[in-house]
Design a protein around this ligand. Sequence first.
Ligand code: PAF
Length: 282
Amino acid sequence: MKTFSLISEMVKAVQKEHKAGHSIGFVPTMGALHEGHLSLMEESKKANDITVCSIFVNPIQFNNKKDLEKYPRNLKEDLRLLQSAGCDYVFIPENEEVYPEGTPRLDINFGSLDKVMEGKFRPGHFKGVAIIVKKLFEIITPDHAYFGKKDYQQLLIIRHLVSVLQLPVQIHASPTFREPDGLAMSSRNLRLTIGEREMASLIYQTLCKVKEKAGHLPVKELRRWAIKKISSNPAFTVEYFEIVDKNDLHILENWKEKENALACTAVFLGDVRLIDNMELFS
Ligand code: PAF
């Protein structure tokens, strides 16, 4: 496994691979790797000759300075995991390498995709994600790139970016990886206290109950029920709980388009913000 921190070196390595006729799979990350990331690596390794992973805590996608400061970083362990997962190249650039002239412009209209849920509560977040993903795609030039469905809205934003800019990369989405008690795997889970970690599966349990009740209660009533259920534990603060269409994220008013129904939530547990989602009729 080779690691690069300079764009020029990374570009040289992937150009050589392309010239040799090798396909490139790419897993972009912000580090603090967990099994979810490793499952994306596995997908990439199955389908490509070469797998590249990036580790970069992208400052411009954090709308909250404290969240950026407290984002877990564990480079040594990440490199150990990537090595044993069979990663070929790791790209670990510094901020100045990625943004030598400050934040670049990106004028893409994401329509309603960046206005709801994460977009509404984390202003500027998706612009920051789109800028770094575009930049990483330009550097790595992957044939295939792999993302998790836990960040479902991010996945739609990236698909839109690729489609609008006609980028020559195929986007693949993998199911959310969960801990044995159902908590969606996330780098942020590392920030939970032992007590919070024990309670955290309430989010998954509520999503499962919502799935059971979907179609039996009116959408609005079910949404209210879910918020009340999570809020019944005072350690949790629900930022949003929405039942949306999984194609364009518009809020469902009834169960007419139920096969596309996706429940999405963002919740604070103490000061850690967790997100999760579940398809309700699949
Ligand atoms: O999902 C993430 O870890 C990040 O948002 C990504 C896609 C690596 C961009 O910084």
